[in-house]
Design a binder for this molecule. Structure first.
Ligand code: B1M
Length: 232
């Protein structure tokens, strides 16, 4: 589509399928205002926040990731795309978090040292909060001391770690090994996630579970908290 045609495009005139595809394009082009508008239109049309998040935003970011991998997009463009994604998530966050659910537990979450990717981690934090967990978000680039300090200070139940790089995922083991050295590993449920991880990796580093996505993180956290309560 030419730039002129793009300018003329009225998002609200597109049907749902076309609008979602257009949002993938807008995310790719880092157009934050258009993403915000698209999200609001879908909400007005009765879409659930979760469907908008997964079908319009996360899927759009998946496409960005493919072209980033293949050298078609570079860091500046991907940063713009990430900014547009965050704008959409800001609108959805209060809706996903809106809940009368009782507190299910407390989770400390952060991206590991050396890694600045935070979109997936933010999504997990949002969904967990929406499901009734209290979240202490440590942000990005966390050394082991930050995780352990927060776990103790907050008397948390769960440690969540995110890593998006094959070079930073081994740091999760450093954190778990330090918990073991301090004799406090079993006091916490340790959940890990991030695109390059898998179940086998989660097991090999001694995590309680690997979570493929934010929805799985919520379900897994609920299961482990239920087990903890049954034991206690
Ligand atoms: Co980066 N990057 N990046 N990047 N980036 C990847 C990860 C990469 C796969 C791209 C590629 O080559 N295809 C590649 C890693 C390759 C590898 O390690 N094998 C890569 C690279 C190489 C890099 C740099 C090194 C590039 C460079 O500088 N040359 C650099 C590293 C900087 C650093 O961290 N030190 C870099 C930088 C960046 C940006 C800053 C430009 C930007 C990040 C912006 C931000 O996060 N604020 C960026 C982005 C956006 C990406 C891609 C395109 C998208 C990641 C994302 O947000 N996905 C990514 C490609 C990809 O993953 N397909 C890529 C959407 C998000 C919703 O999914 O994060 O997987 P995800 O989270 C999911 C699940 O994984 C899970 O739930 C989430 C929601 O469902 N999950 C958890 C995640 N964390 C969890 C924690 C849990 C549970 C579940 O705890 C309980």
């Amino acid at each position: 589509m030419s730039d002129e045609e793009e300018d003329d495009l009225i998002l609200d005139e597109l049907d749902d399928g076309e609008l979602v595809l257009q949002m993938h394009d807008d995310l790719y082009d880092g157009m934050a205002d258009e993403i915000a508008e698209g999200v609001n239109i879908l909400l007005k049309r009765g879409w659930t926040p979760y469907d908008i998040l997964t079908k319009a935003l996360v899927e759009g970011m998946r496409i960005v990731g493919i072209d980033f991998r293949d050298g078609i997009l570079f860091v500046p463009e991907v940063l713009l795309a990430a900014g547009a994604m965050k704008r959409g998530m800001e609108i959805l966050k209060p809706l996903l978090v809106e809940t009368g659910a009782p507190q299910l537990g407390k989770m400390v979450i952060g991206t590991v040292k050396g890694d600045i990717h935070d979109i997936g981690k933010n999504l997990v934090a949002m969904m967990m909060e929406g499901a009734g967990f209290e979240i202490i978000d440590l942000g990005i680039n966390n050394p082991v001391e930050d995780y352990i300090g927060a776990l103790k200070r907050e008397k948390a139940d769960i440690l969540g770690m995110s890593a998006l790089l094959t070079t930073t995922m081994p740091y999760m083991k450093t954190v778990i090994d330090t918990l073991k050295e301090q004799g406090i590993r079993d006091e916490y449920i340790v959940l890990v996630g991030g695109a390059p991880l898998n179940e086998e990796f989660g097991k090999s580093i001694g995590a309680d579970a690997y979570c493929r996505d934010a929805a799985v993180a919520v379900e897994t956290a609920k299961e482990f908290m239920a087990r903890k309560h049954n034991q206690g």
